[in-house]
Design a protein around this ligand. Structure first.
Ligand code: LMR
Length: 394
């Protein structure tokens, strides 16, 4: 049976990871995959995570199954973190999932099962796996404009013009914060305007929030999600703990379905739990339990908050330093938009050829669409990267 297989199209982020690993040049700089790095290039286990793991190791007496939906303590902790007090818990259905991608997948499957004729609207650009999963599930997909390459900011008019065609029951996928790959953010007013549009048309927001705490702050980064949760009867949310808890390989994520009332919530809960059962039975527990332990303990939560704040402030400082270095190299504000972007990523406006030149001639790895992981820069690599960008892109 394997003889007939055709190789699947490689994900551009994963392909780049393999190319970087195979590159033997010692001066190589990895600005590809979305993994946070300290100024000396490490991705350490967070202290709060280590301490929570120690407590779990001491106290956990069984590894028996938890439940199809996962640990309710984890759902509540993540619900509080993301929604604050904007959503009455009686309308919130939740399942633990293997990472944020697991939640994206479950929500897209829910959509396929319940609204096969609806359209999923995905921003252009978006994380490549959004499109890949939607196509794998054969969903009807349309793109909406999001990023203005000329200004390096949001293409608000393009977005609103494209979303004017949404229909009742369609799902519109938004990045809760730290848009991947562009780095361009929606303002609170943009979220309110989008909420009004969705309310008018009866379309449903599907928010992927994978970088809460990496942009402006935990509450600030959840503002858009909270605005929509208050304005609309139905909201779908896929959340990841990979980045803000540094739990990448432990695969901790959650899918929320906010329903119009308790009865609908019960139906959503049953549908989501059944999707877990069909796809992998019980969701992974370890990472979710670590998050639950941290968020329910004031001391651990404070340690985590301090670590997360340091990560965010480090990324903001890196953005400022890179922008300044580029200004010095180019004598212009051409790359000024980098300082206004938020999160790990920015689109730097490089063509595929320029991306290749950066890789071949300068050992600098950015994703093919010109996405740079700012968190991959270090004080030592910033001058070299700024020089190369100025040379190749101008
Ligand atoms: C990224 O966008 O680089 C990360 O979310 C890692 C991934 O799975 O693609």
């Amino acid at each position: 049976m394997f003889d007939t297989l055709t190789p699947p199209e490689a994900d551009k982020i994963l392909k780049l990871m393999a190319m970087f690993a195979a590159d033997e040049r010692p001066e190589k700089v990895d600005l590809g995959v979305g993994v946070y790095r300290t100024p000396d290039g490490r991705t350490p286990v967070m202290k709060a995570v280590k301490q929570a793991e120690e407590r779990i190791w001491q106290s956990q007496e069984s590894k028996s199954y938890v439940g199809l939906a996962g640990d309710p303590g984890f759902h509540h902790a993540m619900g509080d973190l993301i929604l604050g007090d904007t959503a009455d818990p009686t309308r919130v259905a939740a399942i633990a999932t293997p990472g944020g991608t697991g939640a994206v997948r479950q929500i897209m499957e829910l959509m396929r099962n319940t609204s096969p004729d609806a359209t999923l609207w995905i921003s252009d650009p978006s994380w490549p796996n959004h499109m890949a999963i939607a196509q794998y599930l054969r969903l009807n997909v349309r793109r909406y404009r999001y990023y203005d390459v000329e200004t390096g900011g949001l293409d608000r008019d393009g977005m609103m013009a494209d979303l004017a065609s949404i229909q009742r029951g369609d799902l519109v996928l938004f990045h809760g914060c730290c848009h991947n790959p562009s780095g361009a953010e929606l303002t609170a007013q943009d979220w309110r305007d989008l909420g009004a549009l969705l309310d008018r048309t009866g379309a449903i927001p599907f928010i992927d929030i994978a970088y809460q705490g990496f942009g402006e702050g935990l509450d600030e980064d959840a503002e858009g999600t909270r605005i929509l949760a208050q304005m609309l009867p139905e909201v779908l949310i896929a959340a990841s703990c990979s980045k803000n808890f540094g739990l990448y390989r432990d695969r901790a994520g959650v899918a929320f379905a906010l329903a119009s009332g308790e009865e609908a919530k019960g139906k959503a809960q049953a549908a989501l739990a059944s999707l877990n059962r069909q796809n992998y039975s019980f969701p992974p527990d370890h990472g979710a339990r670590v998050v639950d332990t941290i968020l329910h303990d004031p001391e651990l939560a404070a340690t985590w908050w301090t670590e997360l704040t340091a990560m965010r402030e480090g990324m903001l400082a890196t953005r400022a330093a890179l922008t300044q270095a580029l200004q010095a190299e180019t004598g212009s504000d051409r790359f000024g938009f980098l300082a206004s972007h938020r999160g790990m990523f920015s689109l730097i406006g490089a063509t595929p050829d320029q991306v290749e030149t950066l890789r071949n001639d300068h050992a600098i790895y950015v994703v093919g669409d010109g996405r740079m992981n700012v968190a991959g820069l270090t004080p030592a690599s910033i001058p070299k990267v700024a020089k190369a960008l100025a040379q190749v892109l101008t």
